[in-house]
Design a protein around this ligand. Sequence first.
Ligand SMILES: Cc1ncc(COP(=O)(O)O)c(C=O)c1O
Length: 451
Amino acid sequence: MTAGLETAVTDQDAYDSKVKSLRGSAVVLPRISDLADPPAKLARKMAEISDADPNAPDPRNLFRVHWHNGAVRRSLVPVPEHIVLSQALTGVKAKIVVALGNRFPMINTHKVLSAYGCLIPRLMSGAFDATRHRAVWPEGMSKERFDWLTDPNDIYRTPGTESNVKEIYDACHDLAKNPENLILNQFGEYGNYIIHRAVTGPALQRIFDHLNADNTLKARAFVAATGSAGTLAAGDHLKETLGTQTGVIEALECPTLLYNGYGEHNIQGIGDKHVPLIHNVMGTDFVIGVSDASCDGLNLVFNTTAGRVYLSDHRGLSQAQIVRLGDLGLSSIANILGAIKYAKYNDLGADDVVLMVATDGADMYHTEMAIAQGKYFAQGFDQVQAAEAFGQHILGAGIDHTVELGRFERARIFNLAYYTWVEQQGISLEDFERRCDVSFWDGMIDQFNAA
Ligand SMILES: Cc1ncc(COP(=O)(O)O)c(C=O)c1O
């Protein structure tokens, strides 16, 4: 059975015991179809749970694992919270539209959606019994995100950064020898693909439809810096419904998709020196390289007093616009830079829209600011340095390291995944190769919709 595509109960005893324990603790699980359309399906439930602390590991927060939370994450909003970035900030005419992932409960990032997508098939099949199993989630994270895990026994550290994915997989193989551990490998779990295509895709579409009320806009692309490639699945939904292209962004310091390259970088959460199993490579249209130096530099521009004064006095951003920059974490800044490069490459105009998500906000990376300042601006960071960083990384963004994928480029990236998944991770050749056909991905979501 392919991970994440379980459709039947495989362990009836575990399933029964789990149902009993969930009932005993009054835990109710939302359907993915509820999370896909909260205004229609969850209005009453969201009102009922408004007293639940959005930061607590409270099971009622599962009903907030979607894009329709308001800023305080206790109420439901009809259109997902988003920012439309102005030309003063991006330097391009196209509208770059960002859906805000820090409205998700518990850890203020949309990664809880991937986690739920990976867990649900295992819960439903009985493979995961919370009374006996520990779920293991391979992930690289900033200090702030690790801090959320208060019990040190919940953390198993592997060497290097998160682009050392091979080391993470090796550790997972070791942990998997203990039958109490269930590895939820987000890079290979189709539940991660399905939940983003079913939930994130329609959420972005609702934002676009809201902005396009007078029918003058054209949705041109969805871009996403990719880690597990789960979020990218939203692009498959948008391609189907709005005719967008899909652009993958990766760190220039670890250009695996661009150049079969490798390396370390600081755009935390993305780029792992391999091609995830759940990446629909044949449905991908662009690969765009963005430097981590740009993301670190702009994190300073967006979140220091000097940077904000520069943006206000010299770029004309309003205070309201400036405050929203705090909603953008490092990978969100990478997405914005990728969207700018896409807009320049394709000569987009004012009626063109590039959609993206901000996986998390700047709060997750405050410790990174001092590190970046020491590394790039050891003499201090005032308005002059802010202007330099803005000029270099935003106004100066070009179309370098931007590859429009043709048949041969797609095949090259697709084939690169063979070495990880077939040679190292034991996926059968047949299961690997069927991913080459776009209908495999569409079929998966058709099957999900029919269930
Ligand atoms: C901060 C951050 N940004 C982007 C991503 C990439 O998202 P995905 O794994 O859906 O490709 C991740 C993944 O963990 C992340 O943590």
